[in-house]
Write a protein that binds this ligand. Structure first.
Ligand SMILES: [Zn+2]
Length: 105
């Protein structure tokens, strides 16, 4: 199994992943690779953002990327912490278990 290094387009996190996993994640996010946390946040954004008129993953992705940039511009706040808080705030209808990143095979 070939392992490659992927960089999250949102928060810049680098992860060693199998090429199969990288391809799969890119296919789900308009050709962009996202770390597990960002991917989860985009899924969440899509699920909860229907009333914002999202057209698909691309719009949710853009919304999440601007969210990420906001946190990145504030060094006092960790992007991951901000996202966890966001997910927790919205987690009324799903268990905390669904917040964990997808498993890498
Ligand atoms: Zn990320």
């Amino acid at each position: 199994m070939e392992v490659d290094s992927a960089t999250c387009e949102c928060c810049g996190l680098r992860e060693e992943c199998t090429q199969e996993y990288i391809t799969q994640v890119k296919a789900n996010h308009d050709g962009k690779w996202l770390c597990g946390l960002c991917a989860e946040a985009v899924r969440d954004e899509l699920k909860h953002g229907n009333n914002k008129g999202y057209d698909g993953t691309g719009d949710a992705l853009k919304a999440h990327m601007s969210f990420c940039r906001k946190y990145k511009s504030n060094p006092a706040v960790q992007v991951a912490d901000g996202m966890r808080q966001m997910l927790r705030r919205r987690s009324g209808d799903h268990s905390a278990a669904s917040v964990s990143p997808p498993s890498k095979k």
